[in-house]
Write a protein that binds this ligand. Structure first.
Ligand SMILES: Cc1ncc(C[n+]2csc(CCOP(=O)(O)OP(=O)(O)O)c2C)c(N)n1
Ligand SMILES: [Mg+2]
Length: 550
């Protein structure tokens, strides 16, 4: 028998090897902002332009947020490239958000000359212990030191992003290494190690759920790829499904069993078994409380997550979809006969809708958006008055169509992340909502939207204030207003000055009409400014206090 022939090598630069590996892994875009350390990377991107598109932004945070938005909208890995030091730090809020959202974002970050890394010589963009800084932000970072390492290092980073708990990764490469040539062996995607699921744990979970009188399913971001399974399970158990922010859209809001926060809390109070899928359960365990009458079953990609706050009755580690498929196969044997809870849930939903009329002014704008946004259109939320209400009351019909920034809740994510989502999903309309405060964090990326003809619809609710902060100062600090009133540009004139479409809408009806026009315009961005006053507070529906335990 003859031995296997070694695969033929190809002469390439480090940068070309990285680019070829991104392409062989199915990436089609790099969001990027150039600079001298990465010149040879951009040279490789130029040569690969028919396979890998380079979308340049006006600030590194825009590039990283766009990669994040593309990753969240598609569920697939996405990359961004920036210079070291200030470039890295400018992108760091988005990298932090990618980490906290478990989003597969790959940062390609430049470095000073290889031989001088760590010597504190004062090279352009040098920063002390860049790798150490990155290690605090992401779980996987590696420095490419030679062309021969490039393809494998890239494949390892892309595998790490999809192994166990997904998340971002970073590759660093020095200014003098990107352009070095070597003999490169092409690298196919590395197999993702499958986590073995304990059949005993599946059986225990099926028995507990099957016998439960008042089961409740709680979904987080980790359930977004298991919508079919959650939907079937919910019907079999007649179990309501609570999704707040990252878990919204897993069960269609039109299903009477689909609930958000306030009704979810009532159901938590009465549940005997909760199945938590890909969620930290922080609100439930910290705010709502827990006692011995409630058994928790957890499914999470990260084994460390299960017992951080409370020891679950059953813990299953791995991706939600295959685990739920196994659970669905096991459940019929153990499941009690169940009457439909449809009528009961419809009644309870409508009682909560009445109470939510307190935030009716926000909901009226959300209704206008929902009426015009197609079922599979994507809504990108931000920490603004309309955003708080959307998390509670915006109907979401499909997974990955409600993007909410999770626990970072960072101003500035909305517009830039939505640009990435819209760039990656040109086939559906994407709407971002921002306050005047949040929009101005990344408003410069209107230039990117126009240059790359990204048809995002950006709605800016303008109350002339960091409204949320301002209301807290009014209500809790006896109206001692500080640092919360804002001077703004004329947002319509601002957008038009870039060549974008722009309109002003002063009521929910006008917003509907503006949206209709904006959705028809697919050749570039549209900004819709909505001048508003102060909105009623949503906090009584978000921070609702303990219902179980001490
Ligand atoms: C990066 C970041 N900095 C500061 C905050 C604190 N913060 C939360 S809401 C808010 C005000 C938001 O104002 P605006 O975007 O205009 O929305 P509004 O509340 O007025 O609707 C601030 C400053 C934050 N969430 N993120
Ligand atoms: Mg505001």
């Amino acid at each position: 028998m003859r031995g296997k022939a070694a695969p033929p090598g190809v002469t390439m630069t480090t940068a070309e090897a990285v680019v070829a590996t991104l392409v062989s892994h199915g990436l089609d875009t790099v969001y990027a902002l150039p600079g001298v350390q990465n010149d040879m990377l951009f040279e490789a991107l130029f040569r690969a332009a028919n396979q890998l598109r380079t979308v340049h932004t006006r600030h590194e945070q825009g590039a990283a947020y766009m990669a994040l938005g593309a990753a969240l909208a598609t569920g697939k890995p996405q990359a961004y490239a920036v210079v070291p030091g200030p470039g890295l730090l400018n992108s760091s809020a988005a990298l932090l958000t990618a980490y906290s959202m478990n989003a597969p974002v790959l940062g390609l970050i430049g470095q000073i000359p290889d031989a001088d890394i760590g010597r504190d010589l004062g090279h352009l963009h040098e920063i002390r212990d860049q790798a150490g800084i990155i290690k605090r932000l992401v779980d996987h970072v590696s420095l490419i030191r030679k062309p021969e390492q490039a393809a494998r290092a890239t494949a390892l980073a892309l595998r790490a992003m999809r192994t166990g708990r997904p998340g971002p990764a970073v590759l660093e490469c020095a200014i003098d290494v990107w352009g070095r040539t070597g003999t490169i062996i092409p690298q196919a995607p590395l197999p993702i190690p499958e986590t073995k699921v304990d059949p005993g744990a599946i059986r225990r979970a099926a028995k507990r759920l099957g016998a439960a009188k008042r089961p409740l399913i709680i979904c987080g971001g980790g359930a977004q790829d298991a919508a079919d399974e959650v939907t079937t399970l919910s019907a079999m158990l007649q179990a309501p499904v609570l999704g707040y922010r990252r878990g919204r859209g897993v069960l269609d809001s039109r299903d009477p069993l689909s609930v958000t926060l306030p009704l979810g809390r009532d159901l938590w109070a009465e549940a005997d078994v909760v199945l938590a899928v890909g969620t930290r359960l922080l609100i439930q365990l910290r705010q709502w409380g827990i006692d011995r009458d409630l058994a928790i079953i957890r499914i999470d990609a990260d084994a460390k997550e299960h017992a951080r706050l409370h020891k679950p009755a059953v813990a299953i580690t791995g991706a939600a979809k295959p685990i739920l498929q196994k659970l669905l196969a096991e459940l019929p044997e153990h499941n009690a006969r169940r009457a439909s809870r449809g009528a009961e849930m419809r009644e309870r939903q409508s009682a909560w809708r009445k109470r939510l009329e307190k935030i009716g002014p926000q909901i009226a704008f959300l209704d206008a958006i929902r009426a015009e946004l197609p079922e599979d259109g994507i809504f990108v939320d931000e920490v603004t008055q309309i955003g708080f209400a959307a998390r509670l009351a915006f109907p979401v019909y499909k997974p990955r169509t409600f993007l909410s920034p999770g626990y970072q809740d960072n101003l500035g994510w909305g517009f830039a992340t939505a640009l990435g989502a819209q760039h990656a999903r040109r086939d559906v309309p994407v709407v971002s909502i921002s306050g005047d405060g949040g929009f101005m964090f990344t408003a410069n990326e209107m230039a990117t939207a126009v240059y790359h003809r990204i048809p995002l619809i950006a709605i800016v609710f303008n109350d002339g204030a960091f409204g949320n902060v301002r209301r807290i100062q009014q209500e809790r600090f006896d109206n001692r207003l500080i640092a919360s009133d804002l001077a703004n540009p004329d947002f319509v004139a601002y957008a038009k000055s870039f060549g974008a479409e722009a309109m002003r809408a002063t009521s929910p009806d006008e917003l509907r009409q503006a949206l209709r026009r904006a959705i028809a315009h697919r050749d570039g961005p549209t900004l819709i400014e909505v001048p508003v006053g102060a909105f009623p507070s949503p906090w009584e529906f978000i921070q609702m206090g303990r219902v179980r335990g001490e």
